[in-house]
Design a protein around this ligand. Sequence first.
Ligand code: DX5
Ligand code: ZN
Length: 216
Amino acid sequence: MKIIAPSLLAADFGKLKEEIEMVNQSQAQWLHLDVMDGVFVPNISFGTPILETVKKYSTKTLDLHLMIVQPERYLLDFQKLGANIITVHYEACTHLHRTLQQIKDLGCQAGVALNPHTPVSVLNDVLYCTDLVCLMSVNPGFGGQKFIENTYKKVKELKAMILSHQTNTLIEIDGGVNADNSQLLSKAGADVLVAGNFVFKSTNPSKTIQDLIEAL
Ligand code: DX5
Ligand code: ZN
């Protein structure tokens, strides 16, 4: 089954509850939440107060993408805030194996995100600890950027790695996803497509989600 995860970063925060409810009523299975610290990435997004509102109103699987240094400091807080999947960056974790175990020990699913320049081969020895690998198809930090075409190659490489390691790891693509690349990404082996601007800035976001899913 293919999954669409609208990214709340592109929502109108002046009507946060309505935006969350739009996703609730849509065919999207997950809600993607981008936490940025202004250190790991050159932007600050949102933290605890917004996530409390999300927890209160969202009925979807909460897919938390941590673009922060030393994410291990906040894992328990995010678990309490209702995160179902916690994804940390390979580039931000000195002890990635331990961090993934900590996420699992909290009862959450564990994900690793790779920046566009990071090869998938770095995950060879931790793939068995992952429920999800997020391939960044833009440089993290901002929504609305252009999709990096090299991502297709990485999806295929990662899919082959997952098959050879026989893990159940899901492949997620994050950044610049739209109707022009969603089918190709899915065919290449992607399981989860994050879409921010393409969904929230469209005239009918719920219909945009439906069209994306039905085309996969
Ligand atoms: C980028 C974030 C993405 C972003 C995607 O750093 O991780 O999740 O919200 O937004 P779009 O789909 O607009 O590129
Ligand atoms: Zn993200």
